[in-house]
Design a protein around this ligand. Structure first.
Ligand code: PLP
Length: 418
């Protein structure tokens, strides 16, 4: 099969593809695996019950059922949902938006694909622009989403040691070079993989930089405010005419609804709707129909704050304690868990690479993700890139505990051999 440049790029060079393949193969083997790798949100019983009740309600209502399965929604998204969401954002966050400031996408992943390629890559005047990530590690799903190569630039972070084996990445503004070849700035807040939440001050500086250079600031709130609100620290949500805020229904517990949400100025929203029409014809109705009422009434905020957020926060605190027990005096650091649903561990001067550690853990029946995948735009030579792993703590508590014990054993072994 002879593939185009597009076909080749999107089938053979993708880190996320090889990672997903590897996870899939590990699952298909005979050994029972402790899954601490993937980003699937937990099946929180109370949330699932609410969704079940809502589904039954839709089945009992012929008009809603018809909408669920039998209607092409407009490429911008279902009109009533956009209206209800705009009111919610205005009421809850004070954002000055109407339905004309919101577009849906089939998952925020596809929203990023559209936005990245709208603002970076080749321009008609011959210039080529890149997306600036203020710091890496950043979300692995960005890394291959550009239609051309070398799509991202990223700054090395500052590393603040906080004591008690905790640390925090901060934006090193001296690492950010914005020029005529920068198309947009993008950051996830909270960050996947680290659980970092950029401070309000860092966000204001990024906002000012973006405005100064007349490029948009994209803020990926897949774990952010107002839903699922997996933020365990103080953080002001930011939106203005120059910000493109991206949200998702996935981490609330609806990843299969594939509903992403883009909040931006009307010009951006019109452009996204146009791309959406070509790529998808229509946006899926499942997410809007399922959550229409909870968005209208604001119940979605209550679900986030009273069910979803406490679930992950408690799990994250438990996992930190287990790691502190399992890793003892080893030279390890955990990124301060300020949000999202992962722990990010840094094993300073580890004698083996994080990829080798991942392989050894896989042989012991524990799946984590090697951290080196999460540094798009950062050259390989940076040793730190090969000293980190990402761990999900949302499986059953006893499995997570066992997984953490095994990680402790393997890390201790690796340091002892070094
Ligand atoms: N952004 C971040 C930071 C994520 O972690 C994810 C998924 O894990 C996404 C975006 C994409 O989510 P979805 O396409 O399910 O909305």
């Amino acid at each position: 099969m002879k593939l185009s440049a597009f076909g080749t790029k999107f089938t053979t060079e993708s880190g996320i593809l090889s990672l997903m393949d590897d996870l899939g193969n590990a699952l298909a083997g005979d050994q029972e695996m402790i899954m601490m790798g993937g980003g699937n949100p937990s099946h929180i019983p109370e949330v699932q019950q609410l969704m079940r009740e809502r589904t039954l309600c839709i089945l009992d209502n012929p008009k809603e059922f018809q909408h669920l399965i039998g209607v092409y929604d407009p490429p911008q998204g279902e009109v009533e949902f956009l209206d209800n969401l705009a009111r919610l954002l205005k009421r809850e966050l004070g954002w000055n938006v109407t339905a004309r400031n919101i577009a849906l996408s089939n998952g925020s992943q596809s929203g990023f694909f559209m936005l990245f390629n709208m603002f970076a890559g080749e321009y008609d005047d011959g210039s080529v622009k890149q997306i600036q990530l203020p710091l890496a590690p950043e979300y692995i799903g960005y890394a291959d989403a550009g239609l051309s190569r070398d799509f991202f630039k990223a700054g090395h972070p500052k590393i603040d040691l906080l004591g008690d084996h905790l640390f925090k990445y901060r934006v090193d503004f001296s690492e950010i070079e914005i020029d005529q070849n920068t198309g947009a700035i993008c950051v996830s807040r909270p960050t996947n993989p680290t659980g970092n939440v950029l401070t309000d001050d860092e966000m204001q500086q990024l906002d000012a930089l973006a405005k100064q250079h007349q490029i948009p600031l994209m803020i990926d709130g897949a774990y952010g405010t107002p839903f699922p609100n997996l933020i365990f620290t103080e953080a002001k949500p930011l939106w203005n005419d120059n910000v493109i805020a991206c949200m998702s229904l996935s981490k609330l517990g609806l990843p299969s609804a594939r509903t992403g949400i883009i909040v931006a100025n009307e010009e951006v929203i019109r452009a996204v709707s146009g791309v959406n029409a070509i790529m998808n014809l229509s946006t899926g109705s499942f997410g809007p129909v399922m959550t229409q009422e909870m968005v209208r009434t604001g119940e979605i905020i209550k679900i986030s704050n009273e069910l979803v957020k406490p679930y992950y926060q408690e799990r994250s605190q438990l996992a930190v304690k287990e790691f502190q027990r399992a890793l003892g005096d080893l030279p390890y650091y955990i990124h301060k868990p300020e949000g999202a649903m992962f722990l990010w561990l840094w094993f300073k001067d580890l004698p083996i690479s994080s990829l080798e550690l991942y392989q050894r853990l896989k042989e012991r029946g524990v799946l984590v993700v090697s951290g080196h995948y999460f540094f798009p735009g950062i050259p390989d030579e940076w040793q730190h890139k090969h000293e980190c792993i990402r761990v999900t703590y949302s499986q059953e508590a006893d499995k997570v505990k066992r997984g953490i014990e095994i990680i402790g054993e393997e890390v201790a072994k690796a340091y002892a051999q070094g």
